[in-house]
Design a protein around this ligand. Sequence first.
Ligand SMILES: NC(=O)c1ccc[n+]([C@@H]2O[C@H](COP(=O)([O-])OP(=O)(O)OC[C@H]3O[C@@H](n4cnc5c(N)ncnc54)[C@H](O)[C@@H]3O)[C@@H](O)[C@H]2O)c1
Ligand SMILES: [Zn+2]
Ligand SMILES: [Zn+2]
Length: 368
Amino acid sequence: MQQVKAVVALAKGAPVEVVTINVPDPGPGEAVVKVQACGVCHTDLHYREGGINDDFPFLLGHEAAGVVEAVGPDVTSVAPGDFVVLNWRAVCGNCRACDRGEPWYCFATHNATQKMTLEDGTELSPALGIGAFAEKTLVAAGQCTKVDPSARAAAVGLLGCGVMAGLGAAINTGNVGRGSTVAVIGCGGVGMAAIAGSALAGAARIIAVDVDDRKLELARSMGATHTVNSKEVDAVEAIRSLTPPPDGTGHEGGADVVIDAVGRPETWKQAFYARDLAGTVVLVGVPTPDMKVPDIPLIDVFGRGGSLKSSWYGDCLPSRDFPMLVDLYQQGRLDLDAFVSEEIGLGDVEAAFDTMHAGGVLRSVVVL
Ligand SMILES: NC(=O)c1ccc[n+]([C@@H]2O[C@H](COP(=O)([O-])OP(=O)(O)OC[C@H]3O[C@@H](n4cnc5c(N)ncnc54)[C@H](O)[C@@H]3O)[C@@H](O)[C@H]2O)c1
Ligand SMILES: [Zn+2]
Ligand SMILES: [Zn+2]
């Protein structure tokens, strides 16, 4: 066991604190990772506000890269010294989803078996089974994905959650491909990655929607071809006018794929109506438990056809996707540096939540 500094949410809504925690030595199937960088994701704030569950205290942070320090006796997939991006989808390999060849839906993903604790022995709940706003963290070995060690930790660590969720919402869940029209509602780290992913996949039109003009300006540099400020104009009409139907068909038009990267009833409703007939809605923003499906006539669900999907972690498979995306980054084809708005210390996470609310950043990244 060793003691390290970490950022913990002790009680619902209370500011996070840097405290000392106990990290057990790795047991069977586990690894201890020395964290080098960890991004601040909106989901960390959801945890702190009690929006995920009530299992306080939480050890926050889950978009991280670092170096494996020690592994349990039976671990062969990684070794001390390996540079890894941490993932929250260590697939089991033998549940029904894994068996049918869809491991991104794995029902039994692995996390560390032992618990990290506060100094007094209180067990911590690590955010998404990771907990990486910490000098070191204990995870399942399968949560460590080896990538090119020459890559910048602050940038590639973001693949561990939000950036992968956004890229995958477009490429995997939405099946965006060459010539697709796409609209992305909400251009934070997740939405901006959906824009970058759509550009990477060859989408013909990429419409960025946000309520903040600074985000829209940045969206253009990420590959958006059009921008819509939905505080000023009606998002559904604006998207439809940019994606008109072929002449004479008489329907309203809309994008092939609309991605809701906010996760609120009103943005999901916009996504529902802003897609073309038989188009796809992808919900990647995470709603809070009190939110309800918006009031939509069932005949509209039937009549518009298409698919209404949710995207968990961009339907990614870390072992397949992380090394490939890191290679694209290293080749200059995926600008992960653009997602790193600022580098901060462990003590700055609470302030980073305020900065997130103020809207000035894509990602504040804790660098250790
Ligand atoms: N599904 C997943 O696997 C997954 C993974 C990571 C994060 N998420 C979720 O994705 C969401 C976005 O995360 P983020 O880190 O990008 O958050 P963020 O706070 O950085 O970005 C949110 C963006 O949405 C914009 N916005 C807010 N209200 C809006 C509205 N009504 N219309 C249009 N734009 C609006 C904001 O201006 C901001 O640019 C969160 O709910 C987060 O929990 C999901
Ligand atoms: Zn499985
Ligand atoms: Zn996240």
